[in-house]
Design a protein around this ligand. Structure first.
Ligand code: PEP
Length: 248
């Protein structure tokens, strides 16, 4: 099964409008249509519309970093999946470890958000990953398996969601698991997700955590790694495009 790679950039809470538009313009001119990977940027909610405008007509997709689980209503400061879609987005990240930690999001919350994304016509990128203590205790596969069973909504199919494996201790630290550990975890995730979804041959699994141009080729060459979720290195067009080129 050939799965098309997805290289997704998570801009997190970075950039004002001028910088975001400049980065989007650099990606639009630097990313070749017909490339081997799909390219996606997930700017802060304030920049989805201007970035989508800069990227209109080019092959780079836009996504959100989070959405609310409800369609509308009294949720001050929150953003519904349909609102993100309305701005031109096609994807939304849910369950990033920073949201799980900073906002106390449980698997149940993440599942409801992913379901809301699907209902709005967005592709949810569902994030899972163990802490360093859990890995050291030999619990990484159990933790991640439970997160998948708890966070993937019933309405999901293998080709309507993306799962991103992001070990919490590798995010923004410059550290990564060994290549064997990444391969083993991705094989485990495909097996668990296949049980939940009734098949996972078409499911795209991203690795995230300190992906850089220097390690992307090796990571993206792994059989069960179908792309990357990139934080810091997605803020520089040159680095992000180099990671996308590594998926060829
Ligand atoms: C992330 O936050 O999703 C991430 C992977 O960050 P970084 O690439 O900076 O480790």
């Amino acid at each position: 099964m050939t799965r098309r790679a997805l290289i997704a950039g998570n801009w997190k809470m970075n950039m004002l409008r001028a910088d975001g538009e400049a980065l989007a313009a650099a990606l639009a001119s630097g990313f070749a249509a017909g490339a081997a990977a799909d390219l996606l940027v997930c700017p802060p909610a304030t920049l989805i519309a201007p970035v989508a405008t800069k990227l209109s007509g080019c092959a780079v997709a836009v996504g959100g970093q989070d959405c609310h689980m409800n369609e509308s209503g009294a949720h001050t400061g929150d953003i519904a999946a349909a609102m993100i879609k309305d701005l031109g987005a096609g994807y939304v990240i849910v369950g990033h470890s920073e949201r799980r930690a900073d906002h106390g999001e449980s698997d149940e919350t993440v599942k409801a958000k992913a379901a809301a994304a699907l209902a709005a016509g967005l592709t949810p990128i569902i994030c899972v990953g163990e802490t360093e203590a859990q890995r050291d205790a030999g619990e990484a596969e159990t933790v991640v398996g439970n997160q998948i069973r708890g966070s993937v909504p019933e309405a999901a199919a293998e080709d309507t969601i993306v799962i991103a494996y992001e070990p919490v201790w590798a995010i923004g630290t410059g550290r990564t698991p060994t290549i064997d550990d990444i391969a083993a975890m991705h094989a485990h995730i495909r097996q668990v997700a296949g049980g939940v979804l009734g098949g996972a041959d078409k499911l795209r699994l991203l690795y995230g955590g300190s992906v850089k141009p220097g390690n992307a080729v090796e990571i993206l060459a792994l059989e069960d790694v179908d792309g990357a979720l990139v934080g810091g290195a997605s803020l520089k067009a040159e680095d992000f495009l180099a990671i996308a080129a590594a998926a060829a």
